[in-house]
Design a binder for this molecule. Structure first.
Ligand code: ADP
Ligand code: MG
Length: 327
């Protein structure tokens, strides 16, 4: 079967069936943002990897090498954030086409290092290979999390409030601007080229609230909502009026003739955190909001596989799994 027929998530499912091995020390196995390993009674390791490929994830017409490095590191840091952990050590693999110069490679590492340093994460090795056509960067990242604090994708419960950090739609708005105008230094363009992972925010959340489930938004809000509710056979209702869309994003959407709502629902690579909490946590939310920019956008409901949007008009419609898939 062609991979397009089975689809990215179908393929990962069949890989999982083939290689899945139960292990007492593996607390979170394939299927979450990162794996969690109990390496000793007091220590949990968080382990993830993510790749950025030229012409799939970035185009060198508008990304410089520093930004490519930065963004690959952010994608990995974001998966550690989604588990509630702190990053520690990274291995970096680069696939280099012949046109790349050594200065470009050093710029790429400058970007990796700049964002890694902010979170005290150290690069301790990697691999270098020729790539016939396109540049790619793969990072494997090891982090740590305290035993009581890690959060899985699968713990959502009926009645949970669905929350999101930061604003939505921005990365894609920035990308669409770049596609149309080639370059630009707008804040949303910067958010696309050099996004920040929500490590600090994740740590505040897991230390102060009982987070039932969490995922980072790398493929788009509606797609992540499916991931968040799928394994527990639950559904979600989100409210258009509650989706955090900044005035800057609305303005850019109007310049580009795009719907801000579609941007909010399908923009990937936001690296914001989507999480659910029980209603009992509501009394703590105001004090958390002083430290973390977050919005309550909906509720987990008892309807399997149904992700619904209550529009501003009051009408309700089903959401599709829009967002980025590879094939
Ligand atoms: P994310 O968007 O958070 O990086 P992915 O959608 O890439 O997550 O992956 C989902 C889950 O599937 C993760 O647990 C990841 O480790 C696992 N996974 C993805 N690709 C493979 C693969 N080729 N082999 C084994 N596991 C994989
Ligand atoms: Mg993720």
């Amino acid at each position: 079967m062609r991979i397009k027929q089975i689809g990215e998530f179908g393929l990962i499912e069949s890989i999982k069936k083939k290689i899945f091995a139960k292990d007492r020390q593996v607390l979170v196995n394939i299927g979450d943002d990162a794996a969690v390993i109990k390496s000793s009674p007091k220590r949990l390791l968080v382990f993830t990897t993510d790749t950025l490929v030229e012409k799939v994830h970035f185009n060198l017409r508008y990304f410089n090498f520093e930004q490519v490095g930065w963004k690959t590191m952010t994608a990995n840091l974001s998966d550690i954030a989604a588990m509630g952990g702190l990053p520690k050590y990274a291995l970096v693999t680069i696939g280099l086409p012949k046109f790349i110069e050594s200065e470009d490679v050093l710029s790429l590492y400058r970007g990796i290092n700049k964002i890694a340093r902010r979170y005290d994460c150290k690069i301790i090795g990697g691999d270098t290979t020729l790539s016939p056509q396109n540049l790619f960067v793969t990072i494997a990242l090891l982090g740590e999390v305290e035993p009581g604090l890690f959060v899985k994708r699968t713990g959502a419960q009926k009645g949970d409030m669905i929350c999101v950090t930061g604003n939505l739609g921005e990365s894609q708005a920035g990308l669409e601007y770049l596609k149309k105008y080639g370059r630009g230094n707008l804040p949303l363009v910067r958010k696309h080229l050099q996004p920040y992972p929500r490590i600090r925010q994740a740590r505040i959340l897991v230390r102060n609230l009982k987070i039932n489930s969490m995922i980072d938004i790398s493929d788009g809000l509606s797609s992540e909502l499916f991931h968040l509710t799928r394994e527990t056979n639950l559904g979600a209702v989100v409210y258009e009026d509650k989706l955090p869309l900044s005035p800057t994003c609305r303005k850019l959407a109007s310049i580009l003739n795009l719907s801000p709502l579609s941007l909010a629902l399908s923009s990937g690579e936001e690296y914001e955190l989507l999480f659910t909490i029980g209603k009992k946590e509501l009394n703590k939310i105001d004090s958390i909001k002083r430290r973390v920019n977050l919005s309550i956008i909906g509720e987990v409901v008892d309807q399997s596989k149904s992700i619904r949007l209550v529009q501003s008009s009051g009408k309700t419609r089903d959401l599709k799994k829009t967002g980025f898939v590879h094939f």
